[in-house]
Design a protein around this ligand. Structure first.
Ligand code: RFL
Ligand code: PHB
Length: 391
């Protein structure tokens, strides 16, 4: 089958769906091709913490209604190390809140918004490939079942995440990849239990980092630092609760509600950026162009800010014929991306235990955390980065 569209989008994660939605609201047509089924995509537990700018953008894209009704707004975060605990009042330090609303719910809302407006999303495709990038109308080819198809496009948006095909097409042409792998992973769990804290809790502990988060008053989200060779099978529920309990401050551990885990995933921690993010008529957005370690909660927020910039550039091009925002897309997006990469890497490294560190380096981490606990200036800088305000 042969099709024609203005913007061909590869990937129906948050970046691809949001781009297609915003383009539609501006009168630009698109078709999304997606490797997985909608059920598979909605079965992935991922991000949860949204910056104020992301929430506003989602509202403007017409998917804010359920978010506003069901989200949890946090005015602060807490940090624990050794025997101390301090709170960063985000509202007082940087004038805003962090919003907790799961990526699964955002994706669900975007899928139904696209369906309501007649958006074309082709799920369960295989063998996606990109062709004719040097021509005026590049092609996306794919197969669905036995049938091979192609979509002729004005532009291709590569929103196919960290394991897609778009980045490879770009790397082959011009891009440079920057990568750093951290010497530890996360065991991330979602469980049916009361959260231990009303706000997010980031814990530096000599046995390893723990993050306590939540999705609702009866669903908790935890991330536990584990080894790079650990598998999900190494972590029984008894072991998970034992480790979390040991790493929590004693007064919090006594309130730990140990429900059953509905999802358990090992998450490698990696920083990655590809530069530039476009070649001719192919533009990358989201995890296809960059990966941040999840400690800073920046991945989904960056995917949304890429889509904000790319949709603005495409709208300008179709409304006025001017290509300047498309030409500056990569530089504009990378400004924000590198700031978020730096923040996510820094926050990761002061909170986790590096197995290769000597005692001096560990002592240095404690001094850093002490400074954060006492210095208003240091707290303000952290709050601004955390809320995505210093960009
Ligand atoms: P996605 O979500 O990976 O979607 C890409 C889509 O492309 C499809 N695809 C293809 N389709 C067609 N042909 C191909 N060849 C294809 N190859 C791939 C895939 O099936 C998929 O559906 O990328 P996108 O849209 O860029 O969104 C990025 C976010 O998913 C990611 O950055 C966040 O989840 C990262 N992240 C967090 N971000 C935050 O902002 N706040 C957080 O609190 C946060 N916590 C997290 C996270 C990521 C985590 N994991 C599991 C990596 C917590 C965790 C544990
Ligand atoms: C989450 O709830 O998934 C979450 C929250 C904060 C983070 C990372 C992940 O820093």
């Amino acid at each position: 089958m042969k099709k024609r569209t203005q913007v061909g989008i590869i990937g129906a994660g948050p970046a691809g769906l949001l781009l297609s939605q915003v383009l539609h609201l501006n009168g630009i047509e698109s078709i999304i091709v997606e490797r997985q089924s909608p059920e598979h995509i909605l079965g992935r537990t991922r991000a949860g913490a949204l910056e104020p700018g992301t929430v506003n953008f989602l509202r403007s894209a017409g998917v804010g209604e359920r978010l506003d009704r069901e989200c949890h707004s946090h005015k602060g975060i807490e940090v624990c190390f050794q025997n101390s605990r301090f709170r960063l009042d985000l509202e007082e330090l940087a004038g805003d809140n962090i919003t907790i609303y799961g990526q699964t719910d955002i994706t669900k809302d975007l899928m139904s918004a696209r369906a309501k407006l007649g958006g074309e999303v082709i799920y369960n495709v295989a063998n996606t490939s990109i062709h004719d990038l040097n021509a005026d109308s590049p092609l996306i080819r794919y197969t669905k079942g036995e049938e091979g198809s192609e979509i002729k496009c004005d532009f291709i948006a590569g929103c196919d995440g960290s394991r897609g095909v778009s980045r490879e097409s770009l790397t082959e042409k011009i891009s440079t990849n920057f990568e750093y792998k951290y010497p530890y992973h996360w065991l991330a769990i979602l469980c049916e239990s009361r959260p231990v804290c009303d706000e997010l809790l980031y814990i530096h502990h000599e046995k390893g980092f723990v993050l306590c988060s939540m999705r609702s008053p009866s669903i908790s989200r935890y991330a536990v630092q584990c080894g790079v060779h650990d598998t999900v099978e190494d972590w029984s529920e008894d072991r998970i609760w034992g480790e979390i309990s040991e790493r929590l401050p004693p007064e919090v551990a006594t309130t730990l509600d140990t429900g059953s885990c509905v999802d358990k995933t090992i998450v490698p921690l990696k920083s990655f950026v590809t530069e530039p993010m476009n070649y001719k008529r192919l533009f990358l957005a989201g995890d296809s162009a960059h990966i941040v370690p999840p400690t800073g909660a920046k991945g989904l927020n960056l995917a949304c800010s890429d889509v904000y910039l790319l949709s603005k550039a495409l709208v300008q091009y179709y409304k006025s014929g001017k290509p300047d925002l498309l030409e500056s897309y990569s530089n504009n997006a990378l400004e924000r991306i590198w700031k978020a990469e730096w923040f996510a890497g820094w926050w990761t490294e002061i909170l986790h235990i590096d197995p290769n560190h000597n005692l001096y380096k560990r002592r240095e981490q404690i001094e850093h955390l002490k400074k954060l606990s006492r210095s208003h200036g240091a707290q303000m800088a952290l709050a601004e980065s955390y809320l995505g305000k210093s960009y």
